[in-house]
Design a protein around this ligand. Structure first.
Ligand code: FES
Length: 170
């Protein structure tokens, strides 16, 4: 893992500005963590150390908050988030095959959720509210339904082509 010296310099500066803005505000931890995640794409350990030092909040408390809320991620995530539904409606209509096909397309092995190139992260979810068009998945904010395994390559190819740079991934 990178050290604080190797985190992107401008990202560290941005984090510093956010901390300065919130330093004297009560209940500042969550907005600072949200900002850190926006800046880095996740919350690096080094950012937690900086936040702890500057806001005078123990690292253990910050870690506790960051792991309690599902919105926070402590590991780097891919530029594209693929959420495949494991809910009942999707499951009975072939959702397992969809998940297998996504893993196969992305080359994910044994518990690996993010592709080596950082282009995609796979997440499984309990329901994405699209049961009527199950099996369903989301890529970033877009919902795809009535999926067959054959659709997966076509859909994910679109995102491979669109891949842009994320400025502040440490
Ligand atoms: S169960 Fe899959 S979208 Fe609801």
């Amino acid at each position: 893992m990178s050290s604080s010296n190797t985190l992107n310099y401008s990202c560290n500066q941005k984090l510093g500005e956010v901390i300065d803005n919130y330093k004297d505000t009560r209940g500042n931890l969550i907005p600072v963590l949200q900002a850190a995640q926006d800046i880095f794409g996740y919350i690096p350990k080094e950012a937690m150390v900086t936040i702890s030092r500057e806001l005078k909040i123990p690292c253990t408390e910050i870690y506790g908050v960051a792991t309690f809320y599902g919105q926070f991620h402590l590991e780097p995530r891919g530029k594209n988030i693929v959420r495949v539904c494991e809910g009942t409606a999707c499951h009975v209509r072939g959702g397992t095959k969809v998940i297998d096909e996504v893993k196969d397309y992305l080359g994910l092995k044994d518990g690996q959720m993010t592709t080596v190139d950082g282009a995609f992260t796979l997440e499984t979810v309990a329901c994405i509210g699209a049961c009527g068009i199950s099996p369903a998945m989301m890529v970033n904010d877009k919902v795809y339904g009535k999926l067959s395994p054959d659709d997966i390559h076509t859909i994910l190819d679109l995102y491979r082509e669109k891949e842009g740079e994320t400025e502040c991934i440490a």
